[in-house]
Design a binder for this molecule. Structure first.
Ligand code: XMP
Length: 524
């Protein structure tokens, strides 16, 4: 079997908003990589034993004394190093070059003309100017710039604002780029990353969905032996892919617990049972807990209290059901690489983002289960690719995110069954029409929200006095900021008329045109 970790790249993070993108581009090039804080010790760097190192961008300036620096071991291992933006500046200053603070920040597209030969860039071209010089169009985002390259470096590319936009020491395999090859705005960025990891570092393209599946299956088998494993299946992407993967690895030793809390989307529970139970033959225990959840939620209107009640009820039920599986020794969880990076960051105090939403709050401690996290090394897009390779339905793998508390935070105020039933049907029409108009995959998240206010309408000859539904659709990369999606009016008109005509209890539909910030994506 291919050793997936035989070749690997180390990425040291200096705090750029694009660092995870670098890691994703390296993975897309079929090479395993890990992302660590810039302060990773020499010992850890050696232990990781990378075939190449990438120093990320970052918000700091090397012109200050306290500037973050990597351990000098980076330049002692004899492996290629690529510095991007701040990473280039810190490399240049450590190796004897000079960095200055430019008069103004440069942010946006720039044209870099290729100068002297380097295997990183030579031969790439987005076009040629009248003088016959090849150029590449790139994305810049920097204040400082290198004005003297260290000894041994050549100028490989220059732009108007950054005469040293690309530098290279071809003999020692050190490269510096002032621009960002990891963002898609730099059209040839993908090729630049591929050249670095394949041609320069010599890594082979082994990190592919099929190899990853084989690797995880093998590891899980070795780790759990003949033990039994429990998995909380939510119907979301991560737990679904994990269920399929574990089923392939250990078959009947896996038991999934699917808690239907009565706050799921239309037919969602049945679909989960159909896909996993019926088609794939996975052991799934479906717990119909609608009454228990709605009972516990009765009379509670505060959003955070609702979240807590839903979370605690889930844990109680999960513990109760898991406790019946006396032979289980492992609890599988769908932790993915961004969660690992985030909690590593919060351990060392470098976290920029604090995760505010956790779905599974606790482990059934008395059972003494060990934690199994087979997706720990994967980014979300890798989890999706694996899901496709495992044969999961496309709609399941590419579904919009759905909050743990489900419709509980999409029914404003007190949650009632009547409201949930109305909302589910309105939401299903909205989503169906987005699919029909080829818009579902173009928006990042779309859903309906139930407003417990009454509004007058006319249905046939009668006056109606019914509830209001708000539609929300957003476009976002990271869910930290979002724009409302500009769904065409005729599509909205059709959705509105279908909802009012087909869902009894709704007299009015509105469309939410608030961005995040200041509004959040969910209404509660
Ligand atoms: P907000 O509303 O904070 O949402 O802009 C950002 C993303 O997080 C999801 N979200 C949640 N997910 N439990 C979850 O698992 C929650 O309590 C929760 N609240 C919001 C939201 O759907 C969006 O994708």
């Amino acid at each position: 079997m291919t050793d997936l970790h035989a070749h690997k790249i180390l990425i040291l993070d200096f705090g750029s908003q694009y660092t995870q993108l670098i890691a994703r581009r390296v993975r897309e090039a079929g090479v395993y990589c890990e992302l660590h804080s810039f302060s990773l010790s020499a010992e850890k760097i050696r232990e990781f034993n990378p075939d190449g190192i990438i120093l990320s961008g970052g918000p700091e300036t090397v012109t200050l004394d306290a500037a973050p620096q990597p351990d000098p071991a980076v330049f002692e291992l004899g492996v290629p190093v690529l510095g991007i933006c701040y990473g280039m500046q810190v490399m240049a200053s450590l190796l004897g070059g000079e960095v200055e603070t430019a008069d103004h920040r440069e942010y946006g597209f720039a044209r870099v003309f290729l100068e002297q030969e380097t295997p990183l860039l030579s031969g790439l071209s987005d076009g040629r100017d009248d003088a016959g010089r090849d150029f590449i169009d790139v994305w810049m985002s920097h204040g400082d710039r290198v004005n003297t390259a260290p000894d041994g470096f050549i100028v490989a590319g220059s732009s108007d604002n950054a005469p040293l936009a690309a530098i290279a020491d071809n003999a020692r395999h050190y490269y510096g780029l002032q621009f960002h090859p990891e963002v898609t705005h730099t059209h040839l960025g993908r090729q630049i990353i591929e050249r670095f990891v394949h041609d320069i570092c010599g890594c082979t393209r082994d990190w592919t969905p099929d190899n990853i599946i084989d690797d995880i299956v093998d590891h899980v088998r070795t780790k759990v032996g003949s033990d039994e494993v429990i998995l909380g299946l939510s119907g979301g992407v991560d737990s679904s892919v994990l269920a399929a993967l574990l089923h392939r690895a250990i078959g009947d030793q896996l038991t999934c617990i699917f808690v239907d809390n009565g706050l799921l989307r239309l037919h969602e529970g049945d679909q989960v049972m159909e896909t996993f139970g019926k088609h794939m033959g996975v052991n799934v225990i479906r717990v119909d807990a609608e009454a228990e959840f709605l009972g516990n939620l009765a009379g509670i209107a505060d959003p955070e209290k609702k979240r807590k009640v839903i979370g605690h009820t889930f844990i109680d039920i999960f513990d109760r059901e898991a406790g019946k599986l006396a032979n289980a020794r492992w609890l599988a969880q769908g932790t993915i690489y961004p969660d690992v990076i985030e909690s590593a960051g919060s351990d060392t105090g470098h976290a920029k983002v604090i995760k505010s939403h956790h779905n599974v709050g606790g482990l059934p401690e008395h059972m003494e289960l060990s934690l199994l996290e087979p997706l720990r090394e994967l980014f979300k897009d890798e989890v999706r690719n694996i899901g496709v390779a495992l044969g999961l339905p496309h709609e399941m793998v590419f579904r919009h995110p759905f909050p743990g508390p489900g419709l509980g935070v999409r029914i404003l105020g007190e949650v009632r069954k009547e409201y949930a039933d109305i909302l589910r049907r309105a939401d299903a029409i909205f989503i169906e029409e987005l699919y029909r108009n080829d818009l579902y995959d173009k928006v990042s998240q779309a859903f309906a929200v139930f407003l417990p206010v009454r509004s007058t309408g006319v249905v046939g000859d009668n006056r109606a006095y019914d509830y209001v539904v708000a539609l929300r659709a957003v476009e976002t990369i990271d869910f930290m900021t979002a724009r409302w999606a500009q769904i065409p009016y005729d599509v909205l008109a059709n959705i509105s008329s279908r909802i009012i005509n087909e869902v009894k209890g709704i007299s009015r539909v509105t469309y939410d045109i608030s961005g995040k910030p200041p509004a959040t994506i969910e209404w509660e």
